[in-house]
Write a protein that binds this ligand. Sequence first.
Ligand SMILES: NC(=O)c1ccc[n+]([C@@H]2O[C@H](COP(=O)([O-])OP(=O)(O)OC[C@H]3O[C@@H](n4cnc5c(N)ncnc54)[C@H](OP(=O)(O)O)[C@@H]3O)[C@@H](O)[C@H]2O)c1
Length: 241
Amino acid sequence: MTTSLLALITGANKGIGFEAARQLGAQGIEILIGARDSQRGQEAVAKLKDEGVSAHAVIIDVSNAASIKAAAATITRDFGRLDILINNAGIGLDRLLPSEVDIAHLREVLETNFFGALITAQTFLPLLRKAAAGRIVNVSSMLGSLFHLSDPQWVGHQTLCTSYSISKTALNGFTALLSAELVGTTVKVNSVEPGYTATDMTKGNGLQTVEQAAKAIVKYATIDADGPSGGYFDIHGRIAW
Ligand SMILES: NC(=O)c1ccc[n+]([C@@H]2O[C@H](COP(=O)([O-])OP(=O)(O)OC[C@H]3O[C@@H](n4cnc5c(N)ncnc54)[C@H](OP(=O)(O)O)[C@@H]3O)[C@@H](O)[C@H]2O)c1
């Protein structure tokens, strides 16, 4: 009997996370829909099941360490394995000038986008290390790229979503450091920039659909043993940190 791969996607009840779950599920990967709200999670699972995907809801609020630990305990008890973790849950795409940014806002965004992803990765690493080929994708953004943020010619130079950018820069740092620690193991970790996409986060604005956005995430969630670790990618390849 062959066991299918198992993937947990945080913030997967809608948007890019849901679509990544849908595309991974279409490949025959068993899906754990991470959602902070039980009903929203169950509704997303029902939609995937309608498409023939094997999916289950897991309550996980990544801004709450106890919720992350509880989710890990449930998954360990019910499945005893995890092959793919996608740290997708994210908030805080608000234009707030660095000279004025409200510290409470900065802390709140870091709590979800950075600490949430870090604690989730730490918590699930024991299961991922046991997998034949553990994969972590940290869903980042071009707005976390210091190379681009410091380029006055870059189209996003005046975006100035201060809390959000700092959270994604920090997340990228975690990707690089964790991948260094994991050298010599079968676990790979990469940051992925899905691209500017029409979702609730962007109030429906964007240059592409969630179907396009999820492709890069799915690609790095399923890279083979020869694939990279410790990189920062969009759908076209490596991008500057
Ligand atoms: N859209 C873009 O243009 C774009 C570009 C680059 C990167 N990204 C990144 O892509 C990821 C997905 O964004 P999206 O555009 O799909 O946004 P979205 O439609 O607003 O979805 C965000 C998801 O994160 C969940 N979430 C928020 N806080 C959470 C928490 N504390 N615990 C668990 N889940 C939480 C939300 O759950 P609720 O439904 O309960 O709120 C929702 O499922 C984010 O990391 C974002 O930064 C997006």
